[in-house]
Design a binder for this molecule. Structure first.
Ligand code: ADP
Ligand code: ZN
Ligand code: ZN
Length: 732
């Protein structure tokens, strides 16, 4: 794929991306009199039917062998996808070795992946027509109910609200057909930004603000290392406020919006309607609308998750990636891109500054600082006079535990609650217990489809596999020896919650994990309780570690830090260090000093010792040295090809044949494996992997391309599947 301008080329044919899992584009001729531009959607013949495609470029040379089929129809008046986004996606398709059509279509909202016109859906409101005497058959009581309900909405209601009230579009249409309901477009609002003034920055923040390169200087990447609570968000706000004129667009990427609605609100309070959000919970219409508003160049600031990097900005002036270390920036299925890494590339093609912010920089970013590719700015003090939290390591090797909690920890929780403060307990497992074991015969309940154990969720009375979602009823009867002694071993959030509630019957215990926040609005509800500031005990998983600002939390405890200390995954120590630092950072963000207690059986471990000294950068540099010495990323380049099938011989067999092929054709790279994955069987499928590693990017890329072409040529049985993962985050 090329991004040459059409003028330099004369052949009357274009290369079109189709949503097909093939690593190629498709050429079509342009009929006489038809105007076609890269970025437009077209309707093209494909096999026996027609498909919607996206024009990527003009053909540079006349295709020879056979006559091309002509484009049937051009679907957009102008390019729908701007040139710099086309460039980004074409580059990403090559870099991640993913079919270009799938990459391009991933960037379109679902409604525009078809031939549907790219018109901005005008929000409309529905009203009851009270002028007509309602003529509804007696048995149509749902229509009657909707009519009554609409009649009680003097401001009218949009479709989403109507659905949310328990009605549907069929009922609405029936009423409209009877002339009993009508709609009116909502007046488009002009964008206003006369919001709340920003807080004055402290001298440290001011220094960082002044050192950040302005958008007019073009592309650069800056890593803002700011300890937890140092006020990075305020710096972003000031930066945008200073440098964005009334016509420019900006993107602020965040890991997960629903976890921290607070952050969006802070942007909204100042920038008002200039802020729009982009995340997975939007419905299709909201998605199309947001996408087209960005595409039209409205002066928006998008606060969005990973896929916001694929939005069609036209006037992008700044890219901010908050919590750049967060693994949720990596897409783990299909088009496996890293939102953070694409942001840096996008900064280059769109010629704008990229700001990566975090209290726990990824080793990738620190490596880039070492190489001089990124500038690093530091905010080492907490904003608003808060002090860094005091971290203590508590060795629990010979201590009795209750729900995972040691006596000193329980005592300390009591003191905090007594003093009117809030407490946060971090435990990395949801459910009641991770294991169910028979106390007579030692049998352990395992998932019938995975190499994993079933966790007990006592509230639902279920045994649950967290890897494939298998569920079965929980009973005390052992399936092996028939005794009634099947019992929970170890602890998860539910058990710790229960134990805490027993110890502190008068204090609310709030559990935050995927189970307790599944219902829409439940996370907001919990956060609201916490922000009221009255004493409470929060018990939760990772979800609690991310970006929250709880000023009244003065004690944070980690139930068990040992999971990541001795893992086979080379990224485990980095991730553990980041999680522990982030969780600790929730303590003492307000006026009172914060304390952190970390329970462990390996108190002497250097990683935990360093953590107690609040020295993230020092530890991260040591880890980076270790990686460099071991020639692991980011000091080298890695990609994984995975295969899965209904038996292991097939998965390994395919990868084995592939590795012979690759080894035969190149020697600048190392090929490791094939090996069964750490969880060899998942959801009934047997998984194996082949790791590619190289000191430089180029040979790795060439060999991967080679490998994918070879794999695409194989006639594989239907259930044998493979995928490529470049710069993998999960390596097991
Ligand atoms: P970070 O994102 O670096 O963890 P935040 O931006 O959430 O930090 O800021 C932490 C707290 O400090 C917030 O409550 C914020 O309102 C407050 N804060 C930040 N900067 C200032 C400032 N200059 N003056 C007063 N309070 C500030
Ligand atoms: Zn048994
Ligand atoms: Zn399972």
């Amino acid at each position: 794929m090329s991004s040459k301008t059409p003028e330099t080329l004369s052949v009357n044919a274009v290369r079109v991306a189709l949503a097909r899992p093939l690593r190629r584009l498709f050429d079509y001729s342009i009929p006489e009199g038809m105007n076609v531009t890269p970025g437009q959607r077209v309707r093209v013949p494909f096999g026996h039917h027609y498909l919607t495609g996206i024009v990527v470029s003009r053909c540079a040379e006349a295709p020879t062998e056979f006559k091309l089929k002509p484009i049937d129809e051009v679907l957009d008046e102008d390019a729908l996808i701007p040139q710099d986004l086309l460039d980004l996606l074409s580059w990403a398709a090559r870099y991640y070795q993913h079919p270009p059509g799938e990459c391009l279509f991933a960037a379109l909202p679902p409604q525009l992946r078809t031939a549907r016109a790219a018109e901005l859906p005008q929000p409309e409101r529905w009203f009851a027509n009270t002028a007509e005497a309602p003529d509804i058959p007696a048995r149509a009581h749902r229509q009657r109910a909707l009519l009554d309900w609409l009649g009680a909405q003097p401001q009218g209601a949009d479709k989403t609200t109507i659905d949310a009230a328990g009605f549907n579009q069929t009922l609405l249409k029936a009423l409209a057909d009877r002339g009993l309901a009508f709609n009116r477009p909502v007046e488009p609002k002009t964008i206003t930004t006369t919001g709340e003034p920003l807080v004055a920055l402290n001298p440290g923040q001011q220094q960082v603000l002044e050192a950040l390169p302005p958008p007019d200087d073009g592309f650069s990447t800056t890593l803002v290392y700011g300890v937890t609570g140092s006020g990075k968000t305020e710096v972003y706000l000031h930066y945008l406020n200073n440098w964005l004129d009334d016509t420019s667009q900006a993107l602020v990427m965040v890991p997960e919006i629903n976890l921290t609605p607070q952050t969006v609100n802070r942007f909204r309070r100042h920038f008002g309607e200039r802020i729009i959000v982009w995340h997975s919970a939007l419905n299709d219409t909201e998605r199309t609308r947001a996408w087209l508003r960005v595409q039209r160049g409205e002066p928006l600031i998008v606060v969005g998750t990973r896929s916001a990097i694929l939005l069609p900005f036209r006037k992008l002036k700044t890219l901010i990636v908050d919590e750049e270390h967060d693994s949720s920036y990596k897409q783990n299925e299909g088009f496996r891109y890293s939102g953070r890494d694409l942001a840096v590339y996008r900064g280059q093609v769109s010629s704008c500054p990229v700001i990566l912010g975090t209290a726990t920089p990824s080793l990738e970013s620190l490596h880039n600082v070492r190489l001089g590719r990124y500038q690093m700015l530091k905010l080492e003090q907490r904003a608003a006079s808060a002090k860094p939290p005091k971290i203590r390591i508590l060795d629990i090797r010979s201590r009795p535990l209750d729900g995972g909690l040691s006596r000193p920890l329980i005592d300390e929780i009591g003191q905090r609650v007594e003093a009117g403060d809030q407490v946060l307990i971090f435990i990395n497992r949801r459910g009641f217990a991770p294991v169910m074991m028979c106390f007579d015969c030692g049998h352990i309940m395992e998932c019938p489809h995975c190499d994993s154990r079933l966790a007990l969720h006592r509230q639902d009375q279920l045994l649950h596999c967290h890897h494939c979602d298998f569920r079965m009823r929980a009973t005390p009867q052992c399936p092996k020896c028939k005794s009634g002694k099947l019992s929970p071993v170890g602890e998860g959030t539910e058990r710790t919650e229960e134990v805490l509630q027993q110890h502190f019957p008068n204090t609310p215990v709030l559990r935050v994990d995927r189970d307790s926040t599944r219902r829409k609005g439940s996370m907001e509800q919990i956060l609201e309780n916490v922000h009221q500031g009255t004493p409470c005990i929060l018990v939760g998983t990772q979800m609690l570690a991310k970006g929250h600002d709880f000023p009244n939390v003065t004690l944070v405890a980690v139930v068990n830090a040992d999971g990541g200390l001795f893992s086979v995954d080379f990224r485990a120590p980095e991730q553990l260090l980041q999680t522990l630092t982030q969780v600790s950072g929730r303590a003492g963000r307000g006026k009172k000093e914060g304390h952190v207690l970390i329970q462990t059986c390996h108190g002497e471990h250097p990683l935990l010792q360093g953590l107690a000294d609040n020295d993230y950068l020092g530890l991260a540099r040591l880890l980076l040295d270790e990686r460099t010495e071991a020639e692991l990323p980011p000091a080298s380049f890695m990609a994984i090809i995975r295969a899965e099938a209904v038996d292991m011989a097939q998965s390994v067999g395919l990868l084995d044949a592939l590795s012979q092929h690759v080894l035969a054709s190149g020697d600048d790279i190392q090929v490791l494996g094939p090996l069964p994955s750490v969880m060899a069987r998942k959801a009934g499928r047997y998984r194996a992997q082949l790791i590619f590693q190289a000191a430089t990017r180029k040979p790795l890329h060439t060999q991967l391309q080679n490998a994918c072409l070879w794999l695409e040529r194989q006639k594989l049985p239907r259930h044998l599947r493979w995928q490529v993962d470049v710069d993998p985050v999960e390596t097991g």
